[in-house]
Write a protein that binds this ligand. Structure first.
Ligand code: SAH
Length: 336
Protein backbone atom coordinates (compact mmCIF):
# COMPACT_ATOMS: atom_id res chain seq x y z
CA UNK A 1 0.00 0.00 0.00
CA UNK A 2 1.04 3.55 -0.68
CA UNK A 3 1.08 5.96 2.30
CA UNK A 4 -2.20 7.59 1.30
CA UNK A 5 -3.93 4.20 1.14
CA UNK A 6 -2.44 3.20 4.46
CA UNK A 7 -3.67 6.46 5.89
CA UNK A 8 -7.23 5.74 4.80
CA UNK A 9 -7.11 2.25 6.29
CA UNK A 10 -5.67 3.55 9.56
CA UNK A 11 -8.23 6.30 9.91
CA UNK A 12 -10.95 3.67 9.43
CA UNK A 13 -9.34 1.75 12.28
CA UNK A 14 -9.63 4.87 14.43
CA UNK A 15 -5.89 5.60 14.28
CA UNK A 16 -4.25 8.96 13.68
CA UNK A 17 -3.27 9.60 10.05
CA UNK A 18 0.40 10.24 10.84
CA UNK A 19 0.91 6.57 11.63
CA UNK A 20 0.74 5.83 7.88
CA UNK A 21 4.03 7.57 7.17
CA UNK A 22 5.66 5.92 10.19
CA UNK A 23 4.64 2.49 8.92
CA UNK A 24 5.61 3.16 5.30
CA UNK A 25 9.07 4.29 6.37
CA UNK A 26 9.72 0.89 7.94
CA UNK A 27 9.46 -0.92 4.62
CA UNK A 28 12.91 0.03 3.21
CA UNK A 29 14.40 -1.17 6.52
CA UNK A 30 13.22 -4.68 5.62
CA UNK A 31 11.19 -5.33 8.77
CA UNK A 32 9.93 -8.90 8.87
CA UNK A 33 7.05 -8.40 11.31
CA UNK A 34 4.86 -5.56 12.57
CA UNK A 35 6.45 -6.09 15.97
CA UNK A 36 9.70 -4.65 14.62
CA UNK A 37 7.93 -1.31 14.04
CA UNK A 38 9.07 -0.10 17.42
CA UNK A 39 7.74 3.45 17.19
CA UNK A 40 4.15 2.15 17.06
CA UNK A 41 2.13 1.34 20.17
CA UNK A 42 2.06 -2.39 20.92
CA UNK A 43 -1.70 -2.77 20.45
CA UNK A 44 -1.51 -1.11 17.03
CA UNK A 45 1.26 -3.53 15.99
CA UNK A 46 -0.99 -6.38 17.06
CA UNK A 47 -4.04 -5.14 15.14
CA UNK A 48 -1.90 -4.52 12.04
CA UNK A 49 -0.80 -8.16 12.26
CA UNK A 50 -4.44 -9.22 12.37
CA UNK A 51 -5.52 -7.16 9.38
CA UNK A 52 -2.55 -6.94 7.01
CA UNK A 53 0.06 -9.20 5.49
CA UNK A 54 3.68 -8.11 5.57
CA UNK A 55 5.49 -9.95 2.78
CA UNK A 56 9.20 -10.75 3.02
CA UNK A 57 11.80 -12.46 0.90
CA UNK A 58 14.15 -14.96 2.54
CA UNK A 59 17.51 -15.81 1.01
CA UNK A 60 17.17 -19.45 -0.04
CA UNK A 61 20.44 -19.46 -1.96
CA UNK A 62 23.05 -16.80 -2.71
CA UNK A 63 25.78 -17.10 -5.33
CA UNK A 64 28.56 -14.55 -5.75
CA UNK A 65 30.52 -14.41 -8.99
CA UNK A 66 34.26 -14.78 -8.48
CA UNK A 67 34.82 -12.91 -11.72
CA UNK A 68 32.93 -9.65 -11.20
CA UNK A 69 31.16 -9.73 -7.82
CA UNK A 70 27.70 -10.12 -9.34
CA UNK A 71 25.31 -11.64 -6.80
CA UNK A 72 22.42 -13.93 -7.66
CA UNK A 73 19.70 -14.48 -5.08
CA UNK A 74 17.13 -17.21 -5.03
CA UNK A 75 14.34 -15.89 -2.80
CA UNK A 76 11.77 -17.86 -0.90
CA UNK A 77 8.57 -15.85 -0.86
CA UNK A 78 5.94 -15.82 1.87
CA UNK A 79 3.92 -18.60 0.15
CA UNK A 80 6.99 -20.78 -0.51
CA UNK A 81 7.41 -19.80 -4.19
CA UNK A 82 10.87 -19.02 -5.53
CA UNK A 83 12.13 -16.22 -7.76
CA UNK A 84 15.57 -14.85 -8.55
CA UNK A 85 17.18 -11.40 -8.56
CA UNK A 86 20.66 -10.34 -9.63
CA UNK A 87 22.73 -7.49 -8.18
CA UNK A 88 25.25 -6.01 -10.62
CA UNK A 89 27.97 -3.53 -9.76
CA UNK A 90 28.52 -0.83 -12.34
CA UNK A 91 30.57 2.34 -12.20
CA UNK A 92 27.37 4.39 -12.30
CA UNK A 93 25.93 2.50 -9.32
CA UNK A 94 24.55 -0.82 -8.23
CA UNK A 95 21.69 -2.26 -10.23
CA UNK A 96 19.24 -4.94 -9.23
CA UNK A 97 17.49 -7.04 -11.83
CA UNK A 98 14.11 -8.14 -10.45
CA UNK A 99 11.51 -10.75 -11.38
CA UNK A 100 7.88 -9.83 -11.94
CA UNK A 101 6.23 -13.27 -12.06
CA UNK A 102 6.83 -16.79 -10.78
CA UNK A 103 7.70 -18.36 -14.15
CA UNK A 104 6.57 -16.89 -17.45
CA UNK A 105 3.81 -17.61 -19.97
CA UNK A 106 5.49 -16.14 -23.04
CA UNK A 107 7.29 -19.25 -24.26
CA UNK A 108 10.35 -17.67 -25.92
CA UNK A 109 12.44 -20.51 -27.36
CA UNK A 110 15.77 -19.26 -25.96
CA UNK A 111 14.74 -18.39 -22.40
CA UNK A 112 14.94 -20.57 -19.29
CA UNK A 113 12.41 -18.53 -17.30
CA UNK A 114 9.51 -19.80 -19.35
CA UNK A 115 10.29 -23.50 -19.00
CA UNK A 116 7.41 -24.81 -16.88
CA UNK A 117 5.18 -21.84 -17.74
CA UNK A 118 3.75 -19.18 -15.45
CA UNK A 119 2.78 -20.09 -11.92
CA UNK A 120 1.49 -16.72 -10.72
CA UNK A 121 1.95 -12.98 -10.77
CA UNK A 122 4.07 -11.38 -8.08
CA UNK A 123 2.36 -8.88 -5.81
CA UNK A 124 3.73 -5.33 -5.85
CA UNK A 125 5.28 -5.87 -2.42
CA UNK A 126 6.99 -9.06 -3.60
CA UNK A 127 8.73 -7.16 -6.38
CA UNK A 128 9.63 -4.40 -3.94
CA UNK A 129 10.98 -6.95 -1.44
CA UNK A 130 13.55 -8.07 -4.02
CA UNK A 131 14.95 -4.53 -4.10
CA UNK A 132 14.82 -4.03 -0.34
CA UNK A 133 16.32 -7.38 0.65
CA UNK A 134 18.97 -7.31 -2.10
CA UNK A 135 20.17 -4.01 -0.68
CA UNK A 136 20.05 -5.20 2.92
CA UNK A 137 21.73 -8.54 2.35
CA UNK A 138 24.43 -7.31 -0.02
CA UNK A 139 25.14 -4.10 1.89
CA UNK A 140 25.30 -2.38 -1.51
CA UNK A 141 23.16 0.70 -2.03
CA UNK A 142 20.87 0.00 -4.95
CA UNK A 143 20.48 2.99 -7.24
CA UNK A 144 19.08 1.38 -10.40
CA UNK A 145 16.48 -1.23 -11.18
CA UNK A 146 15.97 -3.32 -14.29
CA UNK A 147 12.77 -5.32 -14.66
CA UNK A 148 14.51 -7.99 -16.67
CA UNK A 149 14.31 -11.00 -14.40
CA UNK A 150 11.80 -13.84 -14.51
CA UNK A 151 8.39 -13.01 -16.00
CA UNK A 152 6.79 -10.58 -18.41
CA UNK A 153 6.21 -7.32 -16.52
CA UNK A 154 3.47 -6.08 -18.85
CA UNK A 155 1.59 -9.37 -18.34
CA UNK A 156 1.35 -8.30 -14.67
CA UNK A 157 0.58 -4.69 -15.52
CA UNK A 158 -1.30 -3.31 -12.51
CA UNK A 159 1.00 -4.88 -9.94
CA UNK A 160 4.09 -3.69 -11.79
CA UNK A 161 2.77 -0.12 -11.96
CA UNK A 162 1.98 -0.21 -8.27
CA UNK A 163 5.49 -1.54 -7.57
CA UNK A 164 6.95 1.36 -9.57
CA UNK A 165 4.98 3.88 -7.49
CA UNK A 166 6.08 2.19 -4.27
CA UNK A 167 9.78 2.00 -5.10
CA UNK A 168 9.75 5.55 -6.46
CA UNK A 169 8.10 7.04 -3.36
CA UNK A 170 10.28 9.59 -1.48
CA UNK A 171 9.43 7.99 1.87
CA UNK A 172 10.31 4.55 0.51
CA UNK A 173 13.29 3.44 -1.58
CA UNK A 174 13.08 6.72 -3.49
CA UNK A 175 14.50 5.36 -6.74
CA UNK A 176 13.90 7.75 -9.61
CA UNK A 177 11.96 6.59 -12.67
CA UNK A 178 14.92 7.51 -14.85
CA UNK A 179 16.90 4.89 -12.96
CA UNK A 180 14.42 2.16 -13.83
CA UNK A 181 14.23 0.06 -17.02
CA UNK A 182 11.33 -2.17 -17.88
CA UNK A 183 11.78 -4.89 -20.48
CA UNK A 184 8.92 -6.44 -22.44
CA UNK A 185 8.62 -9.12 -25.10
CA UNK A 186 6.25 -6.69 -26.85
CA UNK A 187 2.64 -6.74 -25.65
CA UNK A 188 1.39 -4.00 -27.97
CA UNK A 189 -1.77 -2.90 -26.15
CA UNK A 190 0.10 -2.77 -22.87
CA UNK A 191 2.86 -0.65 -24.41
CA UNK A 192 0.17 1.88 -25.37
CA UNK A 193 -1.31 1.69 -21.89
CA UNK A 194 2.12 2.30 -20.38
CA UNK A 195 2.72 5.23 -22.73
CA UNK A 196 -0.52 6.75 -21.42
CA UNK A 197 0.96 6.87 -17.92
CA UNK A 198 3.88 8.93 -19.22
CA UNK A 199 6.43 7.61 -16.73
CA UNK A 200 10.03 8.59 -17.25
CA UNK A 201 11.36 5.05 -17.14
CA UNK A 202 13.30 3.39 -19.96
CA UNK A 203 11.32 0.91 -22.03
CA UNK A 204 13.32 -1.98 -23.42
CA UNK A 205 11.70 -4.12 -26.07
CA UNK A 206 12.93 -7.65 -26.74
CA UNK A 207 12.84 -7.55 -30.53
CA UNK A 208 15.26 -10.35 -31.47
CA UNK A 209 14.22 -10.38 -35.17
CA UNK A 210 13.19 -7.83 -37.81
CA UNK A 211 10.70 -10.05 -39.69
CA UNK A 212 7.62 -12.02 -38.70
CA UNK A 213 8.85 -15.43 -39.90
CA UNK A 214 11.98 -15.32 -37.74
CA UNK A 215 10.37 -13.61 -34.77
CA UNK A 216 7.30 -15.86 -34.64
CA UNK A 217 9.54 -18.93 -34.75
CA UNK A 218 11.39 -17.94 -31.57
CA UNK A 219 8.80 -15.74 -29.83
CA UNK A 220 5.21 -17.06 -29.84
CA UNK A 221 3.96 -13.62 -28.70
CA UNK A 222 4.74 -12.36 -32.21
CA UNK A 223 2.12 -14.60 -33.80
CA UNK A 224 -0.63 -12.45 -32.32
CA UNK A 225 0.72 -9.08 -33.29
CA UNK A 226 3.62 -8.98 -35.68
CA UNK A 227 6.67 -6.78 -35.97
CA UNK A 228 4.90 -3.93 -37.83
CA UNK A 229 2.38 -3.31 -35.10
CA UNK A 230 5.05 -3.66 -32.43
CA UNK A 231 7.32 -1.06 -34.04
CA UNK A 232 4.34 1.29 -34.53
CA UNK A 233 3.56 1.01 -30.82
CA UNK A 234 7.21 1.76 -30.02
CA UNK A 235 7.10 4.91 -32.15
CA UNK A 236 3.90 6.01 -30.44
CA UNK A 237 5.59 5.36 -27.08
CA UNK A 238 8.44 7.66 -28.02
CA UNK A 239 6.10 10.37 -29.29
CA UNK A 240 4.06 10.27 -26.10
CA UNK A 241 6.86 10.07 -23.52
CA UNK A 242 9.90 11.48 -25.33
CA UNK A 243 11.85 8.48 -24.05
CA UNK A 244 14.04 6.64 -26.54
CA UNK A 245 13.28 2.92 -26.83
CA UNK A 246 16.01 0.39 -26.27
CA UNK A 247 15.69 -2.74 -28.45
CA UNK A 248 17.21 -5.96 -27.15
CA UNK A 249 18.46 -8.39 -29.76
CA UNK A 250 19.86 -11.75 -28.64
CA UNK A 251 22.31 -12.96 -31.27
CA UNK A 252 21.38 -16.57 -32.15
CA UNK A 253 23.59 -18.47 -34.57
CA UNK A 254 22.07 -18.93 -38.04
CA UNK A 255 18.64 -17.93 -36.73
CA UNK A 256 18.58 -14.11 -36.60
CA UNK A 257 22.21 -13.11 -37.24
CA UNK A 258 22.61 -13.20 -41.04
CA UNK A 259 23.54 -10.15 -43.15
CA UNK A 260 19.93 -10.13 -44.40
CA UNK A 261 18.63 -9.83 -40.85
CA UNK A 262 21.06 -6.99 -40.15
CA UNK A 263 20.04 -5.13 -43.30
CA UNK A 264 16.35 -5.54 -42.64
CA UNK A 265 16.70 -4.54 -38.98
CA UNK A 266 18.68 -1.45 -39.98
CA UNK A 267 16.09 -0.48 -42.59
CA UNK A 268 13.16 -0.97 -40.26
CA UNK A 269 14.70 1.04 -37.42
CA UNK A 270 16.28 3.80 -39.51
CA UNK A 271 14.79 7.13 -38.51
CA UNK A 272 13.34 5.71 -35.28
CA UNK A 273 14.74 7.27 -32.14
CA UNK A 274 16.16 4.16 -30.54
CA UNK A 275 19.13 2.19 -29.40
CA UNK A 276 19.92 -1.46 -30.16
CA UNK A 277 21.48 -3.59 -27.44
CA UNK A 278 22.88 -6.86 -28.80
CA UNK A 279 22.98 -9.70 -26.28
CA UNK A 280 25.28 -12.59 -27.13
CA UNK A 281 22.93 -15.56 -26.54
CA UNK A 282 23.49 -17.13 -23.16
CA UNK A 283 23.60 -20.85 -22.94
CA UNK A 284 20.41 -22.54 -21.77
CA UNK A 285 21.07 -26.29 -21.81
CA UNK A 286 17.43 -27.19 -22.61
CA UNK A 287 17.55 -25.14 -25.82
CA UNK A 288 19.24 -26.18 -29.05
CA UNK A 289 19.94 -22.57 -29.97
CA UNK A 290 23.58 -21.50 -29.96
CA UNK A 291 25.24 -18.08 -29.69
CA UNK A 292 26.51 -16.24 -32.76
CA UNK A 293 30.26 -16.11 -33.27
CA UNK A 294 32.13 -12.94 -32.26
CA UNK A 295 32.92 -12.29 -35.96
CA UNK A 296 29.25 -12.48 -36.88
CA UNK A 297 28.40 -10.06 -34.09
CA UNK A 298 31.08 -7.65 -35.35
CA UNK A 299 29.69 -7.76 -38.88
CA UNK A 300 26.15 -7.29 -37.56
CA UNK A 301 27.19 -4.19 -35.63
CA UNK A 302 28.97 -2.74 -38.67
CA UNK A 303 25.90 -3.30 -40.84
CA UNK A 304 23.67 -1.50 -38.35
CA UNK A 305 26.11 1.35 -37.88
CA UNK A 306 26.30 1.87 -41.64
CA UNK A 307 22.57 2.51 -41.48
CA UNK A 308 23.03 5.06 -38.69
CA UNK A 309 21.70 2.88 -35.88
CA UNK A 310 23.06 3.28 -32.37
CA UNK A 311 24.35 -0.15 -31.23
CA UNK A 312 26.00 -1.55 -28.12
CA UNK A 313 26.76 -5.10 -26.99
CA UNK A 314 25.56 -6.11 -23.55
CA UNK A 315 28.35 -7.06 -21.20
CA UNK A 316 27.97 -10.46 -19.61
CA UNK A 317 28.06 -10.35 -15.81
CA UNK A 318 28.13 -13.31 -13.46
CA UNK A 319 28.81 -15.94 -16.15
CA UNK A 320 30.10 -18.41 -13.56
CA UNK A 321 26.83 -18.30 -11.59
CA UNK A 322 24.42 -18.35 -14.54
CA UNK A 323 23.19 -14.90 -13.68
CA UNK A 324 22.92 -13.61 -17.24
CA UNK A 325 19.85 -12.84 -19.35
CA UNK A 326 17.51 -15.74 -19.88
CA UNK A 327 19.22 -18.04 -17.41
CA UNK A 328 17.06 -17.37 -14.37
CA UNK A 329 14.42 -19.86 -13.53
CA UNK A 330 12.10 -21.11 -10.86
CA UNK A 331 12.86 -24.38 -9.20
CA UNK A 332 16.60 -24.39 -9.91
CA UNK A 333 17.28 -25.49 -6.40
CA UNK A 334 15.13 -28.58 -6.91
CA UNK A 335 17.29 -29.70 -9.81
CA UNK A 336 20.64 -29.15 -8.16
N1 SAH B 1 9.78 -10.78 -20.37
C1 SAH B 1 10.58 -9.60 -20.53
C2 SAH B 1 11.61 -9.51 -19.45
C3 SAH B 1 12.75 -10.49 -19.57
S1 SAH B 1 14.16 -9.52 -19.79
C4 SAH B 1 11.17 -9.56 -21.93
O1 SAH B 1 10.94 -10.49 -22.68
O2 SAH B 1 11.79 -8.57 -22.29
C5 SAH B 1 15.34 -10.62 -20.22
C6 SAH B 1 15.98 -10.33 -21.55
O3 SAH B 1 16.87 -11.39 -21.84
C7 SAH B 1 14.97 -10.30 -22.68
O4 SAH B 1 15.41 -9.41 -23.69
C8 SAH B 1 15.06 -11.71 -23.19
O5 SAH B 1 14.56 -11.85 -24.50
C9 SAH B 1 16.54 -11.96 -23.09
N2 SAH B 1 16.90 -13.38 -23.05
C10 SAH B 1 16.15 -14.42 -22.68
N3 SAH B 1 16.85 -15.57 -22.80
C11 SAH B 1 18.07 -15.24 -23.24
C12 SAH B 1 19.25 -15.98 -23.54
N4 SAH B 1 19.30 -17.29 -23.40
N5 SAH B 1 20.34 -15.29 -23.96
C13 SAH B 1 20.29 -13.95 -24.07
N6 SAH B 1 19.23 -13.19 -23.81
C14 SAH B 1 18.12 -13.84 -23.40
Amino acid sequence: MLPEELEEALVQMGQPAFRAKQIFRWFPAGVRSFDEMTNLPKDLRRSLGERFVLTTAQVERKQVSKLDGTIKYLWRLTDGSFVESVVMRYEHGNTVCVSSQVGCAMGCAFCASTIGGKVRNLMPSEILDQVIFSQLDSGLRISNIVMMGIGEPLDNFDNVIRFLKLVNHPDGMNIGMRHISLSTCGLVEKIDKLAGLDLQLTLSVSLHAPDDATRSAIMPVNRACGVDRLLDACRRYFEKTGRRISFEYAMIRDVNDTPEHAALLGDRLAGTNCHVNLIPLNDVPESKLRPSTPETIKRFIAALERRGINVTVRRKLGPDIEASCGQLRRGRMKTQ
